[in-house]
Design a protein around this ligand. Structure first.
Ligand code: ZN
Length: 378
């Protein structure tokens, strides 16, 4: 990953390069941006640039020994920490270190991946992953090592908002007074979830989502997509390049979401309790993170229906199948029931986060939806 591989963000890249040139590199930086905005891509290319032995005015060289080690993500002064949870293979004593092979594999494929894709990669999509106490200890241990090769020792923390609360103070201490030539490059998708004590010790770089044009261009030039398909995906994904990549490779999941949602709504509307319960059984078997993202998908569809009803067609960013469904489904959604539906979904998401039983959750929500979609017949 080099600056030239980052989608958009030219102004921020120039700023980072100029900071490096003026020796004004802040020792703790937080790359903050929504999913698919390229926070990890930017942090990595900056790390490479700083360590490169033959950097040009606008990017790392890509050829020096340091860059070659970055290509393999095996630079001895580059350390990764990220959320993990016990999986089938590793049931205890886990830490980021244990999952480095999977991490490198995903990252080598592309640093534009979603958090859910990471959890799926290590088989923990139904669990709450954290940057755990052992990771925090390892961060401190890493700081004790002297840097091997590069001018800097660089610690990349992915999704710093997932740091285990009671282990965080150790890390805070070193963030306050880090050893010289140590750099923390942290990545987050949600500022509200990052501990204030971390925020106050870091320089925050806010990344806006890449523009539709940037994404369209990247899809044509880097992914070799035909122009019409690149345009369609750039439009639909609205600044989320991770999602754009996912649609180029495995639009399967999106289609699966739509299929499942369409079925669910049909059964709720026709008040088919048997089928609803069978459907609930099915969705309850999928992982918790998957269920959460399914709820988010449902919320998106409801909002799109309302936009459709207001004839705000130019605001709709839909793929063909979704558009068909929204057109058919939107008559059942109005301003009043939408508010109640959105509230019920948000409550369900909260309950899911608190480990509620998904079967009960989906069944309960189904019966609420039945009433909300056809109130006149009650
Ligand atoms: Zn280089």
């Amino acid at each position: 990953m080099m600056f030239k591989d980052v989608i958009g963000h030219q102004r921020i890249i120039q700023q980072l390069i100029s900071n490096a040139g003026n020796h004004r590199v802040s020792h703790a930086q937080l790359f903050l941006g929504s999913e698919g905005s390229g926070t990890l891509a930017l942090a990595l290319s900056f790390a490479r640039y700083l360590q490169c032995r033959d950097k040009g005015p606008g990017d790392a060289c890509g050829k020096c020994p340091s860059c070659l080690k970055f290509d393999r993500l095996e630079h001895p002064d580059l350390h990764f920490f990220f959320p993990t949870a016990p999986n089938q293979l590793h049931k205890k004593d886990i830490s980021s270190k244990l999952f480095l092979p999977q991490w490198r594999e995903l990252l080598n494929h592309s640093p534009y991946f979603t958090y859910l894709q990471w959890l799926e990669k290590i088989g923990v999509e139904n669990k709450q992953a954290i940057i755990n106490a052992e990771d925090c200890n390892n961060i401190i241990r890493t700081l004790g090592l002297k840097s091997y090769e590069g001018p800097y020792k660089i610690i990349v923390v992915y999704m710093v908002e997932k740091i285990f609360y009671s282990a965080a103070p150790k890390v805070l201490k070193v963030l306050e007074e880090p050893p010289s030539n140590t750099l923390f490059l942290m990545v987050s998708e949600n500022k509200d979830m990052v501990l204030n004590t971390i925020l106050s010790r870091t320089q925050v770089l806010r990344l806006p989502p890449p523009s539709e044009e940037d994404i369209r261009q990247a899809l044509t030039e880097k992914q070799g997509l035909p122009a019409h398909r690149a345009r369609e995906i750039a439009f639909v994904t609205a600044g989320n390049y991770a999602e754009a990549l996912r649609l180029t490779t495995e639009s399967g999941e999106q289609i699966a979401d739509l299929e499942a949602f369409r079925e669910w709504m049909r059964y709720c509307y026709s008040r088919d309790a048997d089928r609803i319960l069978k459907w609930v059984e099915q969705i309850a078997r999928t992982g918790r993170e998957r269920q959460k993202s399914f709820f988010q998908y449902g919320l998106k569809i409801f909002r799109l229906c309302l936009l459709h009803n207001y004839q705000a067609h130019e605001l709709l960013r839909l793929e063909k199948d979704e558009e068909d469904f929204v057109t058919k489904f939107s008559p059942f959604i109005n301003h009043t029931n939408l508010l109640q539906i959105v509230e019920a979904f948000n409550i369900a998401i909260q309950h899911l986060e608190r480990n509620a039983n998904p079967k009960i959750l989906f069944a309960d929500l189904s019966f609420q939806l039945m009433a909300l979609m056809r109130p006149q017949e009650q």
